[in-house]
Design a protein around this ligand. Structure first.
Ligand SMILES: *Cc1c(COP(=O)(O)O)cnc(C)c1O
Length: 409
């Protein structure tokens, strides 16, 4: 497991799968032998169960009645005036149950786990957001739930630990090593390999070995499907620009997917530049990274001198990941999408601006998309249209924001 998490060593390419699960040269399933049959089972279930009418109807039912979809596409009139350029629309994923887009794919994962006859959902979590989303659907669909979390993170993220416990999940503290996200992933993967007959591993973004990047995208693509219909109702035409923040890339691909074939729609992902361009002070993977394999898939990643995943940082804990979903690496390579980066400072300023001019407090992650939008909209004529994915609400970040603004006052 150590090798699987750390580097590209001991990896055997799945030659027979060169098409399926790849986006150009990115993606794939570069995993140890023990994981191969388990992922094959999942890939088969994804291919045969998810497209069926029965699955799709059930999935859409829960998205509507449990998560609260469709989320509004809201014309941010005051933000538009504030910027004085392009028209800005916000896709309000912050209004979903649990306050972010993550509920979309965890509902999909839970339903698939049920169809596969699994009894337990497991997940790793860093800041706790993915842990809470997984614990939520475990409660709703009657699964046991083990969430692996580094002991250091458990102390830092007490409210999310409490949420998971209230939802009936076991929060398993991991004390190995630095006792943060990486050790939590190792522990969760070990548990998965040992109990895979009963267990479904719920991944938190459009990353990991095949079929996760495609599967998570398919559970998130509802965002762009709705946005297309909604912008046609509002404006009678497609948008000129889509903007979304990119951590692993699930909310971004969820919005982008529907528009990939419309060449007139420009696509922009926003990465976290943290404190600056020095390695270790940001997590702007597509801006500064190079091709490499980690966590079982080939993508663009940030490497240290030894070629291992570099330390990363962002004020938005949902964005600090040293790799990125393989489809984004492909969209960058082919030039279909562009990836920019904004700093912590710019994200915090954007959070304040959106709060003050629209009465909407965005998550720190989403604030990165807002920050770039504010800079960019100003440079565009008034007849251009931007859709921004507002991936989540800021309530979870109040402690962080409070600390920063206190320092500033
Ligand atoms: C987790 C999270 C993200 C980052 O994850 P992606 O997979 O890149 O979407 C962004 N926004 C919010 C609100 C999150 O909770």
């Amino acid at each position: 497991m150590e090798d699987f998490m750390n580097t590209a060593t001991h990896i055997q390419e799945k030659k027979e799968n060169l098409r399926e699960g790849f986006f150009g040269k990115f993606g794939g399933a570069y995993v140890p032998e023990v994981l191969k049959p388990i992922l094959d089972e999942l890939a088969e279930a994804y291919k045969t169960i998810v497209p069926t009418k029965e699955f799709q109807e059930e999935f859409r039912y829960y998205l509507k009645h449990y998560a609260g979809r469709p989320s509004p596409l809201y014309f941010a009139e005051r933000l538009t005036e504030y910027c004085g350029g392009a028209k800005i629309y916000l896709k309000r994923e912050d209004l979903n149950h649990t306050g972010a887009h993550k509920i979309n794919h965890t509902i999909g994962e839970a339903l698939l786990a049920k169809k596969m006859g699994k009894k337990k959902l497991i997940a790793e979590t860093g800041a706790g957001q993915h842990g809470v989303a997984t614990a939520t659907v475990a409660a709703r669909f009657g699964f046991d739930c083990d969430i692996y979390m580094g002991a250091v993170d458990v102390k830092k993220q007490a409210p999310n630990v409490l949420r998971m416990k209230l939802l009936g999940a076991n929060v398993i503290e991991v004390n190995e090593g630095a006792a943060t996200l990486k050790e939590a992933v190792d522990a969760a993967l070990n548990a998965f390999v040992q109990n895979h007959e009963d267990v479904f591993y719920a991944l938190g973004s459009a990353v990991g070995p095949h079929p996760y990047p495609s599967m998570v995208r398919d559970f998130q693509k509802i965002v762009g499907e709705e946005a297309e219909k909604q912008i046609l109702e509002h404006e009678g035409r497609l948008p000129d620009y889509l903007i979304a923040c990119v951590g692993g890339g699930s909310n971004a691909i969820g919005l982008f997917n529907q528009f990939l074939d419309y060449k007139e729609v420009n696509i922009i992902g926003v990465e976290p530049l943290g404190k600056g361009e020095k390695l270790g002070e940001h997590a702007a993977t597509l801006n500064f990274g190079e091709e490499g394999i980690m966590h079982g898939f080939n993508s663009i990643m940030l490497k240290d001198e030894k070629g291992n995943p570099a330390p990363v940082y962002s004020i938005a804990s949902g964005l600090d990941y040293p790799s990125v979903g393989p489809q984004h690496a492909f969209l960058k390579e082919t030039g279909r999408a562009k990836y920019v980066a904004v700093t912590d400072r710019e994200a915090i300023d954007a959070l304040r601006i959106l709060s003050e001019v629209e009465g909407i407090i965005p998550a720190l992650e989403s604030s990165h998309a807002i920050a770039y939008t504010i800079k960019f909209a100003k440079t565009l004529p008034k007849d251009k249209i931007i859709i921004v994915n507002l991936s989540g609400r800021g309530d979870k970040d109040l402690d962080t924001i409070f600390e920063i603004l206190n320092l500033q006052v």
